[in-house]
Each structure stands twice: as structure tokens, then as C-alpha cells.
Design a binder for this molecule. Structure first.
Ligand code: ZN
Length: 339
């Protein structure tokens, strides 16, 4: 058992000079962290979880967070919370807390402290308020989302501007002496901006996913895992420029994160409203004509323009793809109903 062993060692660490700061926090918080670590090691060696990696070393002051596992020791009032060893703390209640409190996590991000309270609460799904409409979504680089109704949602522009500023701050940082006062100040600035960018992205995704789930009972998206495999080559030719190979890898990972998070939001929000999100194979969705089903790579003349070689329908390439995705989703639903 890792945990028992770690617990034994932690008692010795607390006595030492180097790790004496561990004594400052409540014992069960440390135990909770050790349990997390044990699970991380188990997951890393679990062959059923291929995406898990070995835990990396952490340092005091980086990614600070700790969890209070015992709800009995916590007292919650409207704008105050009482935590073991820390006492009564004032906090800003950003949303209603309903249900039974399970645990409380305190974390620090870019100089601000946050409290997250995990609760258990049964939710009734609102099957009555849902509309019967369905929609297909094409996720892309130029347009974050294109719908089968022909609407585009551009990626957030303010995000780009912040990215430029981020690059500038990072250049400035590289000219500063490591661990000097100015260096530390600059790293704090960078952390703040990182968080701002993350907040903007999250806000954008939440608004969009709420809007889509509110108005559609069936949402069809592409299977992102297959999409990414087939996309790697085209991503480079769309965007020829300097450092394409290095950059596209980075951009890709940033974008993908956005897509996965967006789809996760769609899924749980649909579930809440009694709707459904269906995944389809993205194969040929960009080459097939949504009007006559003719498949040809030459149908897609440019990134934007789709002209069918057979029936000469002309439309926006992303809208055509979104329409194909919706049709594939309907086919999946029909098969499921028959089975
Ligand atoms: Zn056609």
C-alpha cells in the first residue's frame, strides 16, 4: 500500500527543517493530498487508462490548492465559511449552493484565492421545455462553430489580441534576471493574463453551448478523435507560413482543448434539458455534397467554397459539412430506433 507508507514518511517530513512548513496545515488535508498522489500513481500504471502519466514534482507556491474532505468540520454561512485551522473567512458567493456539501477545495490562481464546494444534488431533467429541433455542428479553425442552419460563430477576437500581449510579456520576461524582483513581478503579470484568456474562452464557450442546448433537442457533432487524425495534413496546407510544423502543433493543441471542453459542455447541458448529443464519423463530411450525396475531393474548391461537380450546388464549405453531420446524426438515431 502506497498510502500507509507515504503517511509514515509525512510524519518524518514534518519534523525536518526543509519540509517543516507541512506542519502549518491540518493533518487531514495532507492525508487527502497523499491519497490523491496514491491514486495518481495507480492510474499511471493502470493499462486501462492509457492517457494517464506519472505525476510530476510539485513545489511549494506553485498550483496551490488543498481540499477539506470532512464536511462536518466546515460551517457555511451566506458570505462566510469556517474552515479548520483557518477560521472564519469571508468569501464572494458566485452562485447558489444547493444540495449536500461533500468537500471544499481552496485554490490560488494568479494571486486570487478561490473556494469550490462540491455538492450532491438530484436534478430533475426538464423534458418539457425542450424544443424538437435538431442541429449539426462543424467545428473548425476559421469558424469555431458552423451550424447546419448556415450560421457561423467566429472564434473570439479579443483572445487573439490578448495572445499578442502574452507573447510580448513573455519576451520581456526572458530579458529579466531569473528570480529577481522584476522577474517575479513579470511572472505574476503573465499568470494573470493567462487566467484572463482562460476566462474569456470559458465565458465564450458557455454562452454558445447554453444557447445551442436551449434551442435544440438533438445536437450532432463529429467524433473529435477521428477528426484530429484525418486533419493533421490539411491543417498545415491551410496555413502555410513560417514555423508551420512547430506552430501548428501548438495551435492544434490549444484549439483541441477548446473543442473538447465545448463538447463536454454541450453534453452535460443537453443532458440537463433532456436533449441528446450524438457523435458521428467525420469521414467525407467535407467532400460529400449535402444536396445530392456525390463524394469528390474536388467538390471543395477552396477552404470556403463548395461546388458540387455533379449537381453544381454552390455553398459555403463549412455549412455543407455541418449539413452532412446533421444528416449522419439523423441516420444514427434512425438505426438506434430500429434496433
Ligand atoms: Zn451535388
Amino acid at each position: 500500500m502506497y498510502y500507509q507508507e507515504l503517511d509514515f514518511w509525512s510524519k518524518l517530513w514534518k519534523q525536518s527543517e526543509e519540509y517543516g512548513f507541512l506542519k502549518e496545515c491540518p493533518a487531514h488535508i495532507l492525508q487527502q493530498k497523499l491519497r490523491d498522489l496514491e491514486r495518481a500513481f495507480r492510474d499511471a500504471f493502470d493499462k486501462k487508462q492509457p492517457n494517464k502519466r506519472l505525476p510530476t514534482f510539485k513545489k511549494r507556491g506553485l498550483n496551490d490548492s488543498f481540499r477539506f474532505p470532512e464536511p462536518k468540520q466546515i460551517k457555511l454561512e451566506y458570505q462566510h465559511i469556517t474552515l479548520p485551522k483557518l477560521g472564519k473567512i469571508r468569501f464572494y458567493r458566485s452562485c447558489d449552493i444547493v444540495g449536500e456539501m461533500k468537500n471544499v477545495t481552496v485554490s490560488r490562481q494568479a494571486g486570487h484565492w478561490y473556494i469550490s464546494i462540491q455538492v450532491e444534488h438530484e436534478l430533475e431533467s426538464q423534458t418539457t421545455t425542450i424544443s424538437s429541433q435538431s442541429i449539426g455542428l462543424d467545428l473548425g479553425i476559421k469558424h469555431f462553430v458552423t451550424t447546419s442552419d448556415g450560421e457561423h460563430q467566429a472564434p473570439i477576437n479579443s483572445f487573439r489580441q490578448h495572445e499578442k500581449r502574452l507573447a510580448k510579456l513573455q519576451r520581456e520576461l526572458s530579458r529579466k534576471k531569473r528570480f529577481s524582483f522584476n522577474w517575479k513581478k513579470q511572472t505574476r503579470k503573465i499568470a494573470k493574463l493567462h487566467q484572463k484568456i482562460a476566462n474569456i474562452r470559458r465565458d465564450f464557450q458557455h454562452k454558445l453551448s447554453t444557447e445551442l442546448c436551449k434551442n435544440h433537442a438533438l445536437i450532432v457533432v463529429e467524433d473529435l478523435k477521428i477528426k484530429n487524425m484525418s486533419r493533421s495534413a490539411s491543417g498545415v496546407s491551410e496555413n502555410p507560413g513560417k514555423n508551420v510544423s512547430a506552430k501548428s502543433g501548438l495551435n492544434k493543441s490549444i484549439l483541441d482543448q477548446g473543442w473538447y471542453e465545448f463538447r463536454r459542455q454541450l453534453e452535460y447541458k443537453s443532458y440537463w434539458r433532456g436533449g441528446i448529443v450524438v457523435e458521428v464519423n467525420p469521414q467525407y463530411t467535407s467532400q460529400r455534397c449535402s444536396h445530392c450525396q456525390h463524394i469528390d475531393a474536388k467538390n471543395r474548391q477552396t477552404q470556403e467554397k463548395f461546388v458540387c461537380l455533379k449537381c453544381s450546388s454552390e455553398m459555403n464549405a463549412d455549412v455543407n459539412a455541418a449539413k452532412n453531420i446533421l444528416a449522419a446524426g439523423h441516420a444514427v438515431m434512425a438505426c438506434g430506433a430500429r434496433a
